[in-house]
Ligand binder design. Sequence first.
Ligand code: SF4
Length: 328
Amino acid sequence: MYDLFFNRNIPDKIDNTMRAMFRTCPRKYMFFRAGVRTKIRPMYFTWGEVWHEFLREWYTLEDELAPQNRGICTEQYYAAIEVALERTKILWHKHDIIQDDKNNLVTLEETARRYCAEYPSEPWHVIKGAVEGGFVWPLKKYPGFIQDYYYGGALDLYIDWPQYGQLVLENKSVGEWITQGVIERWDYSNQVWGYSWFLHQLTGEAFGVLVNIASKLTAKAGKTPKFSRVVVTKTPYALEEFEQGLVSDILYLQHLYETKVFPRSSDAMECTGGMGRASCQYKRICRTSIPLERIDISQFPDYIITDEPWAPWERQRELEKKEEGEKS
Ligand code: SF4
């Protein structure tokens, strides 16, 4: 495992997932970068991925089922929900799934139907052809950098909202109640901040990010909502701060590689999980008393090693390939 990790150089493309990982737990980053994955994918991950797929279908259906043609609570509107759900379920059934009380097909379908009832129409529309876009953007060569770096990621959908202009629509699913704290969280999220930063580099003027939040929990009447939305905007100064923070974290990553020390998280909740927070997928392997350099992943039946690189910025190309494949 140790060799697998050090055979892979320090990456030149950094996204928010990697950044959050090496900042909160360099040891977790090390397992991840070595290609160690659990054999069975975490269920919350599949639920979130399929939820994204549902929304992508719902907002981009073609012909009479398309948002601009279906009307509110019409025959086409209900037909569109069923078509989007059926297409979404194909992705669900592709995975080996061990369902739990929150992450299952019933909660997914219920959430989808309630979402469509909550937002039967929108004051904005999805910009055609700009679906699930991967991106990478070069950083300036800062003092201390040992190579060129790029910041990357993948955006869900781009929308045009006449009142504001162009925004990113970022779909989020959470396994907790949507409290005020959950709504405010996205204003502090480096991931959302990074989207604003990228859009600003790209266009010099994008307005911000519409964060579209859904809870997997069944909301009780009069208590917290099942859905909420918040528009996150950043000033040019805040975007500069984002870049400075990113540079500082990259210098820290270089330091980890230089010293070859990848310490464990200092927050035990990062390992065991807690309210609204999943446990670490590496916690079984991490607890072993075998020295890191002698860990043999084949001795841990729950894990595999993958060669597939982590590259969410490639997603646009994957979609294009899929669409090309469907046409041929
Ligand atoms: S179990 Fe804890 S220390 Fe180990 S990799 Fe996961 S978060 Fe880090």
